[in-house]
Design a protein around this ligand. Structure first.
Ligand SMILES: Nc1ncnc2c1ncn2[C@@H]1O[C@H](COP(=O)(O)OP(=O)(O)OP(=O)(O)O)[C@@H](O)[C@H]1O
Ligand SMILES: [Mg+2]
Length: 145
């Protein structure tokens, strides 16, 4: 599966399934030291039309950013177990679109992600982010369930 691939990206939101996706990607990366592994997490941009209470919106955004940084520090520790080149990124913007665009602009061969994430409603098999990415990404997508 990893033959001829050079870059794998894990879409990470801190959910159990995204942790599983990270473990799967590490497993794949161990097959080939030349594979680069990137882990990305996206936090939505401030939307002025929705947030009329400026201070609250900024505080909320800062809290999300702080949380994302902490999550990515943990991810970096996990990534230390493999010799492959690895990077982590915190992306600004709508998660589904940010993941799609990251893959498009960074020569990504495979996106690994969970079927569901942190969202509460479990009736559908795919969450909105994985649904969007499976449909729109030009590269292959590996859904962990
Ligand atoms: N903000 C994000 N940044 C990076 N990856 C994400 C983000 N949100 C979700 N993902 C990825 O998408 C997978 C599926 O999550 P998704 O958000 O689609 O489901 P959900 O949270 O259950 O549903 P919804 O968000 O539609 O309520 C996650 O396991 C993770 O791999
Ligand atoms: Mg979600």
């Amino acid at each position: 599966m990893v033959k001829d691939m050079s870059k794998i990206v894990v879409a990470y939101d801190g959910s159990e399934l995204s942790k599983k996706a990270l473990e799967r990607a590490i497993y794949l990366a161990k097959r080939d030291e030349k594979l680069e592994l990137n882990v990305i997490t996206a936090i939505p941009r401030l939307i002025p039309a929705v947030y009329n209470y400026g201070v609250t919106a900024v505080t909320e955004h800062e809290a999300k950013l702080k949380n994302a940084k902490e999550i990515m520090l943990e991810v970096e520790e996990t990534l230390n177990v493999i010799p492959n080149k690895t990077e982590t990124y915190i992306l600004d913007g709508n998660p589904a679109q940010a993941i799609e665009e990251f893959a498009e602009n960074n020569n990504v061969d495979l996106i690994v992600m969970g079927s569901r994430g942190l969202g509460g409603i479990k009736e559908l098999f795919l969450g909105s982010v994985s649904h969007h990415v499976v449909q729109k990404a030009k590269c292959e997508v590996f859904i962990v369930k």
